[in-house]
Design a protein around this ligand. Structure first.
Ligand code: UDP
Length: 370
């Protein structure tokens, strides 16, 4: 049986996720993957480094679309992806997560009657001020195959009517491809990464932190509260923050003073070494907060509503609204946590293979019907 899958990626976390399924695809004969990079993230340290380190094949199409408003970006992507889909005529469109690239690709494919595979489906934090939440709802609703990472993802879709027979979509919990990636690349990271030596962190205690959600960076009061909080904590436990370009520009334009260690965004191997060595993880990233769990680190998550409530309910993560006063209280709770990490909320590191085998059986069933 031959099968053509067209994958669309555009942002840093999608390169990590695509690395896992792309590797699984290359192990199978008869499957051909076309990779489209929308260009949403394009800097060497936000894009190229992931392709090199994770051995992701070079994209077949580079659309170079970035730096526009949400509407303009999604519109341009929709137009360009439609052209690629019409040319390539894939059996499936494969998309990850909740970015504008995910939404644009799903809309383009749906109108062309190409079945959509959505990996990381069913995630909800019920905050519709977040562009990501809107993208999640819409792409789940359009996808023929929705792959959730956890039982809660399946429950969310059940509540939205996915199992009533009225929505033409199959839903599975196959585990999280980010868990596969963390386990698979951890050994390579230990061999290749020199970040701990470079930052003189060998044997040292520190906090690894990331902040990049527009809801935090683009709200001056929240960003100020976060920076002041990090300055305070840094007095007792050093903080290392690989700074996302958007956050850097907002800190500069607000004229905020930072007293913690800021570095440029790092590659995936360096990032997981920093996470493995850190005492705590502070973040507003849905990917980094899961990696904290994979590497058994208690985490502090900066958003009004957690993206992964599983981690908060399980006692692995403290969720805190990024507001003055609440942040310190959250940190005090974090240092009291005694998490039991002997659980497998996100599966056992074989999500990529399971997802691919579900796609293959879906394709075989469709082929036998036609
Ligand atoms: N990451 C990285 N270098 C960094 C910061 C993050 O490699 O400097 C990785 C991180 O390990 C995770 C992914 O990027 O695998 C998460 O991406 P991001 O936080 O941009 O997106 P989100 O997960 O919030 O959608």
């Amino acid at each position: 049986m031959s099968l053509k899958i067209l994958t669309v990626v555009g942002a840093r976390p999608q390169f990590v996720k695509a690395a896992v399924i792309s590797r699984a695809i290359r192990r199978e004969s008869g499957i051909h993957e076309i990779l489209v990079h929308t260009g949403q993230h394009f800097d060497a340290n936000m894009s190229d480094v992931f392709f090199e380190e994770m051995e992701i094949p070079k994209p077949d199409y580079l659309l170079g679309i970035h730096g526009l408003s949400h509407g303009a970006m999604t519109g341009r992507m929709l137009e360009e992806i439609e052209k690629v889909l019409q040319k390539e005529k894939p059996d499936y469109l494969l998309v990850y997560g909740d970015t504008n690239s995910t939404l644009a690709a799903a809309l383009a494919a749906k109108k062309l009657h190409i079945p959509i595979v959505h990996v990381e489906a069913g995630v909800r934090n019920f905050d519709e001020t977040m562009p990501e939440e809107i993208n999640r709802y819409l792409v789940d609703r359009l996808a023929a195959l929705n792959f959730c990472c956890t039982d809660l993802g399946v429950e969310n879709l059940t509540r939205e009517g996915f199992f009533t027979g009225k929505i033409n979509s199959e839903v599975f919990n196959c585990g999280d491809v980010m868990c596969d990636a963390a386990f698979f690349y951890a050994e390579k990271a230990s061999r290749q990464s020199r970040i701990l030596e470079t930052l003189q962190l060998i044997g040292k205690d520190f906090i690894i932190c990331t902040v990049h959600r527009a809801n935090n960076t683009d709200e001056p009061e929240r960003l100020r509260a976060l920076v002041e909080f990090l300055n305070e904590v840094n007095k007792e436990l050093p903080i290392v923050l690989p700074l996302h370009p958007r956050t850097r520009s907002r800190i500069q334009s607000q004229g905020l003073t930072t007293r913690f260690t800021i570095i440029d965004p790092v590659g995936y191997l360096d990032m997981i070494m920093l996470e493995k060595q850190a005492r705590y993880v502070f973040t507003d990233s849905g990917g980094v907060v899961r990696e904290a769990y994979f590497f058994h680190k208690p985490s502090l998550f900066f958003l009004e509503q957690p993206v992964w409530p599983e981690l908060v309910d399980g006692g692995y993560c403290i969720n805190v609204a990024p507001k003055a006063g609440e942040l310190q209280a959250g940190y005090q709770k974090l240092i009291q946590l005694k998490p039991d990490f002997h659980t497998a909320i996100y599966g056992d590191g074989s999500a990529g293979d399971k997802i691919l085998s579900r796609i293959l059986s879906h394709h075989a069933r469709n082929a036998s019907r036609n």
